[in-house]
Design a protein around this ligand. Structure first.
Ligand code: TRP
Ligand code: SF4
Length: 328
């Protein structure tokens, strides 16, 4: 059997994941395990580019990892690790900082956005270097593919440029990775805006069926459908966006038709959605609870994964050091 191509991706630990995180990233990570050699990690150093109070990060890391395992990431097949437990990333980041013009980093869209949106008067050196640390994360494992959303594509592009620049200076060490764009379905929150923890409109993978029910029932629908007798338009209804994700045919068409003809009420429509969305989510939730009750087991998975990742990182750094050739 040919060696499976290597995939690497990471998430910043921000606690429990919601449906948007699952459908936009994690579900794809799970699928990739079947025919790739996957490395997935918690980007905890990256949190420090945002804030220095990181007391919540250890707990957030465990919550996130519980969701990973609940969703089906398999530590036997994939290497699940913590960035800060593989300090080689920092060494590679330092070397990359020497080959990268500051102007490349200043042009990165996420950097500019962060400064504007958060009105950061004096951005840290670490924030500027964020994509370079990401380049180190990726190139350390000589990943073939990096599955990320479109917002992260410029970081992978920068990673390719850094690899080229390093190779030109010191010899061919790093292959250039390709971005594997994750098709991100529209996942609305309960208020109709994009699902986001900060809006408080999210459905967590940790939510019980009762909680999900309580969140979906009052969910915003087509605002034109005020009364049961008003026909609606599924194309502008956030509930229908969820239907498109969870509800198979013929129920999907049934709901669209009955919406347009006022054949049933929004609550009937939501009941059909719940019938289809609760079982798959309950499976994930049960498995995540099983792990969440045993944080020591999660820790063990992450420590063991980090040990495996570190062995790969140490091999890469041996190559890197002999390419850079500093020590007598
Ligand atoms: N920057 C990514 C995000 O915010 C997280 C990340 C860090 C990452 N290092 C990475 C993703 C390496 C892919 C590969 O989502
Ligand atoms: Fe939305 Fe369904 Fe109500 Fe139509 S019937 S507006 S699709 S919830």
């Amino acid at each position: 059997m040919a060696a499976r191509e290597r995939v690497l991706s990471g998430m910043r630990p921000s606690g429990r994941l919601h449906l948007g995180n699952y459908l936009g990233a994690l579900a794809n990570w799970v699928k990739l395990q079947d025919d790739h050699e996957c490395f997935y990690f918690s980007a905890d150093w990256h949190v420090l580019t945002d804030r220095l109070d990181v007391r919540d990060v250890p707990a957030s890391t465990l919550e996130m990892a519980a969701d990973w395992l609940g969703a089906g990431l398999d530590p036997e097949r994939s290497t699940l690790f913590i960035q800060s437990l593989v300090p080689e990333h920092a060494e590679l980041h330092l070397l990359f900082s020497m080959v990268t013009p500051v102007s490349w980093l200043e042009r990165v869209p996420t950097y500019r956005e962060r400064i504007e949106q958060q009105e950061i008067a004096s951005p840290s050196y670490g924030l500027l270097g964020y994509p370079l640390l990401q380049a180190a994360d990726i190139l350390m494992y000589k990943a073939r593919y990096v599955p990320v959303g479109i917002d992260q594509a410029p970081h992978v592009e920068l990673t390719r440029e850094v690899a080229r620049r390093f190779n030109n200076a010191f010899g061919p060490v790093f292959p250039e990775p390709d971005v594997k764009l994750t098709e991100i379905p529209k996942v609305p929150g309960t208020d109709g805006r994009k699902m986001s923890k900060s809006y408080g409109n999210d459905i967590e993978l940790a939510d019980s069926p009762e909680t999900i029910r309580a969140k979906v029932r009052p969910m915003v629908t087509d605002p034109a459908r005020k009364r049961r007798s008003d026909p609606g338009n599924p194309d502008v209804c956030p509930v229908f966006d969820l239907h498109k994700i969870f509800t198979p045919q013929p129920d999907l068409d049934f709901c669209a038709t009955n919406c347009r003809t006022a054949g049933f009420g929004c609550l009937d429509c939501k009941e059909i959605l719940l019938k289809h969305m609760l079982p798959p989510l309950e499976k994930i939730r049960d498995r995540r609870q099983h792990y969440a009750e045993k944080p020591d087991m999660i820790k063990q998975v992450l420590v063991e994964g980090s040990r495996r990742a570190r062995a790969v990182a140490q091999r890469t750094m041996t190559e890197v050091r002999s390419a850079v050739r500093l020590t007598p």
